[in-house]
Design a protein around this ligand. Structure first.
Ligand SMILES: Cc1cc2nc3c(=O)[nH]c(=O)nc-3n(C[C@H](O)[C@H](O)[C@H](O)COP(=O)(O)OP(=O)(O)OC[C@H]3O[C@@H](n4cnc5c(N)ncnc54)[C@H](O)[C@@H]3O)c2cc1C
Length: 383
C-alpha cells in the first residue's frame, strides 16, 4: 500500500515522484523499462527546462553532459532565412543520460523503484504487474507518455488521432568530433504543420522532422527529401518514429484521484514541440495537488487542485495553438516567413520564448503587431 503510485519514470514521472517523496509520502515509481533507457527526442533542453529542473530537483543542471549552443539557424524550403548569434543558450542532451539522472533524483528523494516491471492491469486504485504482484495507492499519477495506459484506462484511448503529432529521427554519427561552429538548425516547411531540425551533439547530430500526423501522410518521403538536402542518404540510416502530442492537451487531465502529467496529458508546445520542460513542471504540479489532497484527506479532489494549478500552462498552450495557424498554415506561411526574415524583433522574441524569458501572449503580440505591415508590402509588390 502506497500513498502515490507514479506510472512512468520519464521527466514527468521522475519530477512527480521526487516532489511527492520529498514531502514524506510513500511513493512507488513504475516503468516498463529499466533505466538507463532511450526515448526518441531531439534532446533540446531549454533554459525554461533548466529553470524548472533547479526548482524541482533543488540543484543546478549539470551542463558537463550537454552541448551548449548560442547560434541558431532558420531555414525555409532550402533557403537560409536567418542565423541568430548569441541567443540565450540552448542545451543539447541525450535522453539516455538525462532521464537516468532524473530517475536517480527520484530514488534519492525516497521513491521506491519498480522499473523494468511490465504492467498487466490497472484499476482505479491499483496496478497489477505481469508477475501477479499488486500495488495499491490512494492516488495514481499517469506519467507514461503519449501512449499512456492510464489515459486509455480513463478515456478509452491515449490520444486523438486527428490532433496528434508525429516525429521521425536519426542519429547521424560525427565520429566524436562535433563541429563547434555548426549552429542548431530549424527548417520551417520540412513537414506540413511542423518543421525539421538538426541538433549537433557530442557524438552525433540528431536530425528529425515532426508535424501534425493527419497533415503528413507522406512523412517518410518528406524525411528522405529533408535528409538528402543535408547530404544524407536515407537508405543508409536507421529511421525511428514516435508520436508527439503537439498541443493536443487534455482539458481535464485525469479524474478524481487519477492524474495525468507530461505527454500523457498532451502537454507539448504546439509550435516548438518542446515537451521536457512541461513534463517536469506538470509532474511537479500533479505531485503537489496529490500531496495537498492527501493532507486534507480528500484524494478525489486531487484533479480539481491539479487542473487549477495548470491554468497558466493551459492558457499558454491555447494561445500557441492559435498562433500556430499563422506560422504553419500553408496560406499564411509565406507571410509569416517574410515577417520572420525581416523582423529582428520577432526572431528575438521567438528565442526569448524558447529560453522561457517570455510566454506566448508576448510573442503573439509581437507577431500580430508586425503582420499587417508585411501583408500590405506583399500586396503592394504582387503584380
Ligand atoms: C521526435 C521527437 C523529438 C522531440 N524533441 C524534443 C526536444 O528536443 N526537446 C523537448 O523538450 N521535447 C522534445 N520532444 C518531446 C519530449 O520527448 C516529450 O514531451 C517528453 O519526453 C515527455 O516526457 P514524459 O515524462 O511525459 O514522457 P516520456 O518521456 O515518454 O516517459 C514516459 C515513460 O513511461 C514509460 N511507460 C510507457 N508506457 C508504459 C507502461 N505501459 N507501463 C509502464 N511504463 C510505461 C516509458 O518507458 C517512459 O519511461 C520530442 C518528441 C519527439 C517524438
Amino acid at each position: 500500500m502506497f500513498d502515490i503510485i507514479v506510472i512512468g519514470a520519464g521527466p514527468a514521472g521522475s519530477a512527480a515522484a521526487t516532489c511527492a517523496a520529498r514531502q514524506g509520502h510513500k511513493v512507488a515509481l513504475l516503468d516498463k523499462a529499466k533505466f538507463p533507457r532511450n526515448k526518441l527526442c531531439g534532446g533540446l533542453f531549454t533554459e525554461r527546462s533548466r529553470t524548472y529542473y533547479t526548482e524541482i530537483f533543488g540543484q543546478e543542471f549539470d551542463l558537463s553532459h550537454a552541448v551548449t549552443r548560442t547560434d541558431f539557424a532558420f531555414w525555409h524550403q532550402g533557403r537560409e532565412l536567418a542565423v541568430l548569434r548569441d541567443v540565450p543558450p540552448l542545451h543539447l542532451t541525450m535522453r539516455l543520460d538525462l532521464d537516468a539522472r532524473l530517475f536517480q533524483h527520484a530514488l534519492h528523494a525516497g521513491a521506491q523503484d519498480f522499473t523494468g516491471r511490465p504492467i498487466a492491469q490497472i484499476t482505479d486504485n491499483s496496478v497489477i504487474f505481469r508477475d501477479g504482484e499488486t500495488l495499491t495507492a490512494a492516488i495514481l499519477i499517469g506519467a507514461d507518455g503519449v501512449n499512456s495506459i492510464i489515459a486509455r484506462h480513463l478515456f478509452g484511448s491515449p490520444f486523438d488521432k486527428n490532433t496528434i503529432g508525429f516525429g521521425l529521427e536519426i542519429e547521424a554519427p560525427n565520429g566524436g568530433r562535433p563541429d563547434g561552429n555548426q549552429p542548431l538548425r530549424i527548417d520551417l516547411g520540412a513537414a506540413n504543420w511542423g518543421y525539421g531540425w538538426s541538433f549537433p551533439k557530442c557524438q552525433s547530430t540528431t536530425i528529425g522532422i515532426g508535424g501534425l500526423h493527419a497533415e503528413n501522410p507522406d512523412m517518410k518521403a518528406r524525411f528522405s527529401a529533408y535528409l538528402s538536402t543535408l547530404g544524407i542518404d536515407a537508405e543508409q540510416v536507421r529511421v525511428k518514429g514516435h508520436y508527439l502530442p503537439f498541443g493536443a492537451f487534455r482539458k481535464t487531465p485525469g479524474r478524481g484521484h487519477i492524474l495525468l502529467a507530461g505527454d500523457a496529458a498532451g502537454l507539448v508546445d504546439p509550435i516548438t514541440g518542446e515537451g521536457i520542460a512541461f513534463a517536469m513542471k506538470s509532474g511537479q504540479l500533479a505531485a503537489q495537488a496529490a500531496c495537498d489532497a492527501l493532507k486534507s484527506d480528500q484524494p478525489d479532489m486531487a484533479i480539481t487542485r491539479y487542473q487549477s494549478a495548470l491554468t497558466d500552462l493551459h492558457r499558454n498552450l491555447r494561445i500557441a495553438r492559435r498562433l500556430r495557424r499563422i506560422i504553419f498554415a500553408p496560406r499564411w506561411q509565406k507571410i509569416f516567413v517574410t515577417t520572420f526574415r525581416r523582423s529582428g524583433t520577432v526572431r528575438l522574441q521567438y528565442m526569448r520564448l524558447l529560453a522561457g524569458e517570455i510566454e506566448y501572449p508576448e510573442l503573439a503580440r509581437s507577431v500580430l503587431a508586425r503582420l499587417p505591415h508585411y501583408i500590405l508590402n506583399i500586396f503592394r509588390r504582387s503584380p
